[in-house]
Design a protein around this ligand. Structure first.
Ligand SMILES: Cc1cc2nc3c(=O)[nH]c(=O)nc-3n(C[C@H](O)[C@H](O)[C@H](O)COP(=O)(O)OP(=O)(O)OC[C@H]3O[C@@H](n4cnc5c(N)ncnc54)[C@H](O)[C@@H]3O)c2cc1C
Length: 627
């Protein structure tokens, strides 16, 4: 390298030296201002963008493509990339591009709950969980825009467990969905940078997977789990039973990758790919009774149609997909008839809804300065680290370590090798605005959270989410009316399974988390202690008694945002993801999972999209336009 080469460090140091003394005193107040102004930032950005999009002269006449894909989220982005290599593809997405702030892993997690980027669903009031949520309704975030929920999620890249996929093979009767069958499709798009058995990782693919520069207390958490007898394993590697590890993410030079940057952005210049943003799809069009041949959509106040000569693919996510299917006459016959929608295929769309629910154990305070205390640690230096090098605290999406293990209930069922509990560890302290953000994200009462966090704010701390990873409770999604703009009805039935197994497993998980965070040497050294304030709604119970924790679980249970199963393989779609009872229509997204995997759902959704695209390309390989 020449002596005059300007490296990021060379640039960074003078900036630190010159600017720190002036900027640091105002940095945190400005940061708070930005965090509090997201509503304004997003609405002004997207209003301008919408006007610009509307002014582009795009055809109003019906257009014909080989394939139409509805929804540009974690699945749709991959499908569009793969199919547009060989075919003319129209991708219709209700939202717009990601906002630049969404690329910053450390900030992206605060940018949801706003209508421009989030469909802002809410469940019906829950009877057995989320009782501290306003009106007992859980907030169901779903991303809107190119990149979908992948623009607003926490980016944790975990595939699931071997047994999840072997179970899919059993449920569908198709061995290609077994673990052995799906591993190649996980690997197909990965560019893995980390340790582990190379046979199970993909290299050189579109999606960089690596640990962020800042791992914080992640390894402390893994070591504490080891003290309890759990091994440090590669959770995306060779088959394992239980284990803990730091988390790896779709991230490159500190920038969020999945799925927009990795799959859509590189495909946009292709002449074969047409992307229509702000396109709200209302229904699928059928000819000859049951042959899908196009869609009807609304865009900038006009109702338009587009035709597909080969197939229509719905990738609108766990809530969007069943809605579009049902509005098009595919769903439970009686429900559709009651709404006056002619039935084309009577299949259980919307049934089999599953989600992971977790107990939000916040905050463990620490006596050592080990965590991120926003006011103390998010300095100008940290910010410039990220800007110039993609490193530092802002390169981390938040969760630093995780682990999966089996409860005594799973063991009693003979399923010790198929974990039913998961922990997520975040080495972040409560900051001044935490009550506001936490209450917005989980639909909680801000005054209650303010009271509950009163002894935690500003102190070093961490939190753990204890999740039931193999829920027995099942819910449903129904139409709220026959208009595409009517809200859907979401009933997850959290912790409502007849044997109370989901609740009992969570109770065991909470005790294990307390043991790990308070009684292991790793955390005792730091003086870790759980919040000494009684949770609102449980104050009448003896603090930390059994009934107290039962109350805590019912009240401070929050969605992990992993809904799936509403157009399941085996009942609504075939193992080739073709909708049963109609032709030329497939579903490719989280909806098709017959049972959600034990971990977060984006990686498995991307695998479904990769495998689905492969099946389509195989079927139409003799008809490619680009050979
Ligand atoms: C807050 C949050 C955090 C999460 N964290 C993680 C995590 O850390 N790791 C992980 O693995 N998973 C995480 N998940 C879950 C994961 O992001 C989802 O499982 C995954 O993104 C689902 O992908 P999808 O393609 O099924 O749907 P989506 O990505 O939601 O895509 C659906 C797309 O369809 C569009 N659409 C819907 N209806 C219409 C319509 N009528 N017309 C046109 N377009 C439409 C939507 O706007 C959207 O762009 C998280 C989810 C949330 C909400």
């Amino acid at each position: 390298m020449s002596a005059l080469a300007i490296t990021p460090d060379l640039l960074l140091d003078p900036i630190r030296l010159l600017l720190n003394p002036f900027i640091q005193p105002i940095f945190v107040p400005v940061l708070y201002l930005v965090l509090d102004s997201f509503a304004f930032i997003l609405s002004s950005w997207f209003s301008a963008d919408r006007v610009q999009d509307e002014q582009r002269r795009e055809p109003l006449q019906p257009e014909t493509y080989d394939f139409i894909i509805v929804g540009a989220g974690s699945a749709g982005a991959i499908v569009a990339n793969r199919l547009s290599r060989n075919f003319r593809v129209l991708l219709l997405e209700a939202g717009s591009d990601p906002h630049p702030l969404q690329y910053i892993p450390g900030i992206g997690q605060f940018i949801y709950g706003f209508p421009e980027v989030d469909w802002q669903h809410k469940t019906v009031p829950q009877k057995f969980a989320s009782l501290n949520s306003i009106n007992q309704q859980s907030s169901w975030t779903a991303g809107r825009g190119l990149g979908g929920t992948g623009n607003i999620n926490l980016m944790i890249h975990l595939r699931g467990h071997k047994r999840d996929f072997d179970n899919w093979a059993n449920l569908t009767g198709d061995p290609s969905w077994s673990h052995e069958g799906v591993v190649p499709f996980f690997k197909a798009h990965e560019d893995y940078n980390g340790p582990g058995d190379e046979r199970y990782h993909g290299y050189g693919g579109d999606l960089r997977i690596e640990a962020p520069d800042y791992v914080g207390m992640g390894y402390d958490f893994v070591r504490a789990a080891e003290e309890l007898g759990y091994k440090n394993v590669d959770l995306n590697g060779a088959p394992f039973t239980e284990g803990f590890d730091i988390i790896r993410f779709p991230i490159k030079r500190g920038v969020r990758q999945a799925p927009y940057k990795a799959f859509l952005e590189p495909a946009l210049p292709r002449k074969t790919l047409t992307v229509r943003r702000y396109a709200h799809v209302n229904r699928i069009l059928f000819k000859d009774g049951n042959v899908a041949y196009g869609v009807q959509y609304d865009r900038h106040g006009r109702t338009l149609t587009a035709f597909a000569s080969k197939e229509v693919i719905i990738s609108a996510g766990c809530m969007g997909t069943p809605k579009i299917l049902m509005l098009s006459g595919i769903g439970p016959g009686l429900h559709l008839k009651n709404l006056g929608i002619p039935v084309i295929s009577d299949v259980p769309v919307g049934e089999n809804l599953q989600d992971h629910i977790g107990v939000y154990l916040s905050y463990f305070t620490l006596e050592q300065p080990r965590s991120v205390v926003l006011e103390r640690d998010l300095t100008v230096t940290e910010f410039s680290e990220w800007v110039f090098k993609g490193t530092g605290i802002l390169s981390s999406p938040g969760s630093q370590a995780t682990g999966v293990f089996s409860s005594s209930l799973a063991k009693a069922r003979g399923e010790a090798d198929w974990p039913d509990l998961q922990f997520f560890f975040f080495g972040y302290a409560a900051f001044q605005n935490s009550p506001k953000h936490v209450s917005r994200l989980f639909n909680l009462k801000e005054d209650e959270i303010t009271e509950y966090y009163k002894t935690s704010i500003g102190k070093d701390g961490a939190h753990v989410i204890v999740t039931g990873s193999r829920p027995f409770s099942r819910g449903y999604i129904r139409l709220g009316g026959s208009s595409p703009y009517d809200k859907i009805v979401i009933e997850p039935n959290y912790l409502a399974d007849p044997g109370d197994v989901d609740f009992k497993a969570l109770k065991e998980g909470v005790q294990k988390a307390l043991e790990l965070m308070e009684n292991t040497e790793s955390f005792k050294r730091m003086g870790s202690r759980f919040n000494n304030v009684s949770l609102p709604g449980c104050q009448h119970l003896e603090f930390r008694s059994d009934p107290y924790w039962e109350c805590f679980i019912r009240r401070f249970s929050v969605t992990l945002h992993h809904p799936g199963g509403t157009a399941a393989m085996g009942t609504v779609v075939t193992p080739e993801l073709k909708v049963i009872g109609v032709q030329n229509l497939r579903v490719m997204d989280t909806s098709v999972e017959p049972q959600i995997p034990i971990t977060n759902t984006q990686a498995s959704t991307m695998m479904i999209a990769e495998k689905g695209s492969f099946m389509i390309l195989e079927q139409w390989k003799d008809n490619k336009i680009v050979k």
